[in-house]
Design a protein around this ligand. Structure first.
Ligand SMILES: [Cu+2]
Length: 154
């Protein structure tokens, strides 16, 4: 027995309607869902040369959805890469996850920002403006203090 074409069409329509409903819910119209980001404890240790500097900070996510740090920009640096450290070797990654109800921590010996193509050598006591760009959330602009070369943020 073959299924009637009209019944198939009806089933298809029902499936489409369900998909649409899901999509609307996914947009979070109630305003309570999604990532809620805030950044703290950012610092740049004074670098030895004007070639390269590291950046450390914490991004907290008080929301109920993950977000992703997709890029970082600054007037100080032509390029800012995101690096992770594995077995004492750092390597570039495309992005960092900011987990829901958790935090992305960039710290010495682990994940960090690598500021390259510097326009000048940042000096202890200065501040550097950097902008964090996310997949979902609006960008966060930070005035990051330049600390001593051995500063750990503790
Ligand atoms: Cu690095």
């Amino acid at each position: 027995m073959t299924r009637h074409p009209a019944a198939r069409a009806a089933a298809l329509l029902a499936a489409l309607a369900a998909a649409t409903a899901l999509a609307v819910t996914g947009c979070g119209g109630d305003g309570a869902s999604g990532p809620e980001l805030s950044a703290r404890d950012a610092f740049i240790p004074e670098p030895a040369t004007a070639d390269l500097a590291a950046g450390f900070l914490t991004v907290e996510n008080a929301g109920d959805a993950d977000d992703t740090l997709t890029s970082v920009t600054s007037d100080l640096a032509g390029t800012i890469e995101m690096h992770e450290t594995v077995d004492n070797t750092m390597r570039q990654v495309d992005s960092f996850t900011v987990p829901a109800g958790g935090a992305l921590t960039l710290a010495r010996g682990g994940n960090h920002l690598m500021l390259m193509d510097l326009t000048g050598k940042p000096t202890e006591g200065e501040t550097v403006s950097i902008e964090l760009h996310f997949e979902e959330s609006e960008p966060i602009t930070l005035d990051v203090p330049v600390e001593s070369a051995t500063h750990t943020g503790e």
